[in-house]
Design a protein around this ligand. Structure first.
Ligand code: SF4
Length: 462
């Protein structure tokens, strides 16, 4: 089974002096933060001294994730893939969201190539306060010509700061690309049972991560991985093969699940998984390909792919994929929250309506977007409910009259408006009586659905 490490297991290896140099008050607190991955081992400066070398190595090994974390790219634009500890998100959390690569190839016309790369650079969609983007550009060698490939890699590299993936079955072609961008730590695709030696050599020479590939054959994939490991290659990504039809499709997903279970249960090679929904385009340009690619991408994201390669740039296809990824990769231990406090919409003045909501991001952005689309000048008092929505926070005690009064006082709204009327969400009607008693504010119970705020203000606000 997956390793279960508690703070005490880690604490036993720490210096136990509670010196505070790591920024935590105690070694035990630091141990808890290590499990959360919110601090690094190296933040404990006594631990990296020579006299603690054994403890440091022991902890390093203990804390290594079941699925190795692999870095593609360099510096602040690098993408981390893998690093996972659990099969099911609710057992802990998933740490690194599935990276999404869009493919280009070396037979594209210059204009098409450049505009596709710029499209990846500029792809941006904001949802619940988070920026959803594409992560990697996968450059395929279609020509199988080292010079043509090198030129294409060079053009792409000139146009983007996104991490790259360079793809060919031919080690000579791959090296021509590595000569251009090897220092940018691209992901090399792919080592097979026939090429592991040459491609493993390239991975070592250029210090780049490499994909191990075997088409549907898990024992062959394991052999390629073992061969790469025996050469000293450490950063490996697994491609068990992607198929899109019938039983082969089912086997593809089966292999993803088997690989992840084996990694988490410490039975086998623990490396990130690569899926290639773009494979649907191999059989031509059928109109249904985009639908199929989206469906396969969705299942792969759901079934542990740490990186997927897509071909379609259609916005209607990419939006559901990045949205699904966002939903799966939110931390179940912490609801997505926004900062509490007083927000202003439009140009509110001393007579403007005052509304109240919670700091659950989904609630906040829904209310904010409804207010913005109505064009109402108003104040919105956002209460810190630990990231919970209205109904749940009223039931759980995170939102009550006492908290609302406290938020009103601290927000400064009493200096902004000369009236004392506040509109609270319909789902928090239970606190309206107490709120009126404990404050000198008149409480109006607003609509349950924030899309009716405009109507409500028009009829009830004077
Ligand atoms: S720096 Fe190390 S020894 Fe000091 S409190 Fe933090 S964990 Fe403990």
């Amino acid at each position: 089974m997956a390793k279960k490490i508690g703070p005490l297991d880690i604490y036993n290896y720490l210096p136990k002096t509670n010196c505070g140099e790591c920024g935590e008050k105690t070694c035990m607190a630091f141990a808890s933060q290590l499990i959360e991955r919110s601090v690094k081992l190296e933040d404990c400066s006594p631990l990296i001294q020579p006299n603690f070398a054994v403890s440091y190595r022991g902890l390093k090994e203990m804390l290594a994730p079941s699925v190795k974390e692999v870095l593609v790219g360099v510096e602040n634009t690098a993408v981390k893939i893998g690093g996972e500890e659990v099969i099911f998100r609710h057992e802990l959390t998933y740490f690194n969201k599935t990276a999404i690569a869009l493919d280009v190839h070396d037979e594209m016309e210059n204009d098409e190539l450049v505009s596709r790369v710029r499209y990846v650079n500029d792809f941006y969609f904001k949802r619940i306060g988070e920026e959803l983007k594409l992560d990697i550009i996968a450059i395929r060698s279609k020509s199988n010509d080292p010079d043509i490939f090198a030129q294409c890699v060079s053009k792409v590299s000139d146009e983007t700061k996104k991490p790259l993936m360079i793809c060919s079955w031919d080690p000579f072609v791959l090296e021509s690309g590595l000569k251009v961008v090897g220092h940018e730590r691209p992901l090399i695709y792919a080592a097979t049972k026939d090429t592991w030696k040459e491609i493993g050599g390239l991975a070592l020479k250029y210090n780049c991560p490499v994909v191990a590939f075997a088409d549907g054959d898990m024992s062959e994939l394991k052999s390629v991985v073992k061969a790469l490991e025996s050469m000293g290659v450490e950063d490996i990504v697994l491609d068990p093969g992607s198929h899109v039809e019938g039983q082969h499709l089912s086997n593809t997903f089966g292999n993803f699940v088997k690989s992840r279970r084996a990694a988490i249960w410490n039975e086998d090679v623990g490396y990130p998984l690569l899926g290639v929904p773009a494979i649907v385009w191999l059989n031509g340009d059928g109109a249904e390909n985009t639908f199929k690619e989206v469906m396969i991408a969705a299942i792969m994201i759901d079934k542990y792919a740490d990186l997927i390669i897509l071909h379609t740039p259609e916005i209607w296809a990419l939006l559901p994929i990045v949205t699904l990824r966002q939903n799966i990769y939110t931390d179940p231990r912490r609801p997505i929250a926004v900062d509490a406090g007083l927000k202003r919409f439009g140009n509110p003045d001393e007579n403007s309506p005052v509304l109240m909501t919670t700091n659950f991001a989904l609630t906040y952005y829904t209310v904010a977007s409804d207010i913005e689309s109505l064009g109402v000048d108003c104040y919105l008092l956002v209460i810190d409910t630990e990231g919970l929505g209205v109904e749940v926070s009223v039931a759980g005690g995170q939102l009550d009259a006492f908290k609302a009064v406290d938020a009103i006082k601290k927000s400064g709204i009493e200096e902004e408006v000369k009236h004392r009327k506040i509109i609270i969400p319909g789902l928090s009607s239970r606190i309206s009586g107490d709120l009126e008693i404990q404050s000198d504010w008149e409480v109006l119970v607003g609509p349950v659905d924030s899309s009716s705020i405009g109507d409500f203000i028009e009829k009830k606000w004077s």
